[in-house]
Design a protein. Structure first.
Length: 426
């Protein structure tokens, strides 16, 4: 699908965004392993999170959906059933990586794959720790989906992640639910902690000591009523759009402000962004707040080290902001960008250059000078939802109409994106 985008005069109004994708995945999986019913409000409308629901259905879990409310009838730790056919994760790396940790401990065989994009994403990072736990997993070329999993009894491990990854951490912790004893994961830098929070909410024994997370095996998980906050990664596109367009003032309600995710707001504030949080409360262990953002001439910045891990999903749209900032943006230590839905280092740089923006790719990031103007361009999502949305934001700042090919990719995480963008730029 092709989408034409005109330059915006300003963004204003109040918007509410879909439920957080990361939290929705985790709630659906853990609720399926809990005993009794869980009712999840504001479940993500993105295709990825519905891939998770379909996989859990195929594993014998009864799930009811009514709008963005989802009821999951959990069957306990030992309640999953062998699927009648291959499990399909669609475009969702979260689904395949985290669910494989659960599948590895089952008493049945399973096979899980996805679309063409997912089939090119390497899975060694989950296969290595799971194999250490005693899992039997086969993959195409020993690293790509589909994964063939021979369920087997697992043993606890103490695993140190070579690279910070919330998905890999969650995969190992989920596998650890099924073993006797304690399973630990140590992170090089802190990654998002939605799994730890959600496991505690359902009744698991989880301890965190500095950067080591430990889960006790064989817990009794109990169904819960849960509220998913709006996705701060989705909010990032609107925050940057308002910062880019003079005269903008936008309010975003009900956003998840988990400290491991709110690094985005700290980084933007450090660039000089005018952002306020007038309301803040807690639901199910997650902080939720209202964000007010106004147009600002930001300075620029450096993303490296632990910050690269914390902002990995927001880097595409921050690259757009960096080009318009006073001092530009440099990104380092973000090699994980190259194994996302696309090689995001290349797709970001390519689209910036189409806009007439100077940008240089590096092995683990990029360098983007500041004070640049955006020319109208024909842009490409390359089938990547975050690239589609990031360059829709860039097009708002262009000197005339731009076109994005593959605009439908946004539906992977944010089906309402185009309508929401139109509503606050109209």
């Amino acid at each position: 699908m092709q989408r034409r985008i005109s330059p915006a005069s300003r963004l204003n109004g109040t918007i509410t965004l879909p439920g957080d994708k990361s939290i929705s995945h985790r709630y659906a999986m853990i609720a399926s392993l809990a005993e009794g019913d869980s009712r999840i409000s504001n479940y993500s409308t993105g295709a990825d999170c519905h891939s998770t629901l379909e996989c859990m259905r195929a594993l014998g879990i009864e799930i009811e959906e009514e709008g963005t409310s989802v009821t999951i009838h959990g069957r306990g730790l030992d309640g999953l059933r062998g699927p009648a056919a291959d499990l399909y994760a669609g475009n969702s790396g979260s689904t395949i990586r985290m669910l494989t940790g659960i599948l590895a401990a089952q008493r049945f065989r399973s096979r899980i794959g996805g679309d063409e994009s997912l089939s090119r994403r390497p899975m060694q990072r989950i296969m290595k720790p799971l194999t250490q736990m005693g899992a039997h997993i086969r993959a195409a070329e020993d690293k790509y989906p589909p994964l063939e999993i021979e369920g087997s009894p697992l043993r606890p491990i103490d695993y140190t992640l070579p690279v910070a990854s919330a998905q890999v951490k969650s995969c190992v912790l989920f596998a650890g639910l099924f073993v006797e004893g304690e399973t630990s994961v140590t992170e090089p830098v802190r990654s998002r902690d939605h799994t730890e929070i959600a496991l505690r909410e359902f009744g698991a024994d989880v301890t965190v000591r500095r950067q080591q997370i430990t889960v006790a095996g064989r817990p009794i998980l109990t169904g819960r009523d849960l509220i998913v906050p709006s996705d701060i990664s989705s909010a990032a596109f609107f925050l940057v759009a308002a910062l880019l367009i003079p005269g903008s003032r936008l309010t975003i309600r009900g956003v998840g402000l988990n400290p491991t995710r709110s690094a985005l707001l700290d980084f933007l504030a450090g660039m000089g962004a005018r952002i306020r949080i007038p309301e803040l409360e807690s639901h199910n262990g997650e902080l939720i707040g209202e964000i007010v953002v106004e147009y600002s001439q930001v300075r620029g910045g450096l993303i490296e080290g632990a910050l690269s891990a914390a902002l990995i999903d927001e880097i595409p749209v921050l690259a757009v902001l960096g080009a318009a900032s006073e001092e530009g943006l440099t990104v380092r230590d973000a090699a994980e960008l190259r194994v996302k839905e696309t090689d995001r280092v290349q797709t970001i740089v390519e689209n910036l250059r189409r806009l007439g923006v100077q940008a240089e790719a590096t092995p683990d990031g990029m360098v983007i000078p500041g004070r640049q103007r955006f020319g109208a361009a024909r842009l490409d999502s390359y089938g990547d939802h975050r690239i589609a949305m990031a360059f829709a934001v860039a097009a708002l700042r262009a000197d005339s109409d731009s076109v994005i090919d593959g605009a439908e990719a946004a539906s992977v995480s944010f089906p309402e994106f185009w309508n929401t963008l139109a509503a606050c730029t109209g």
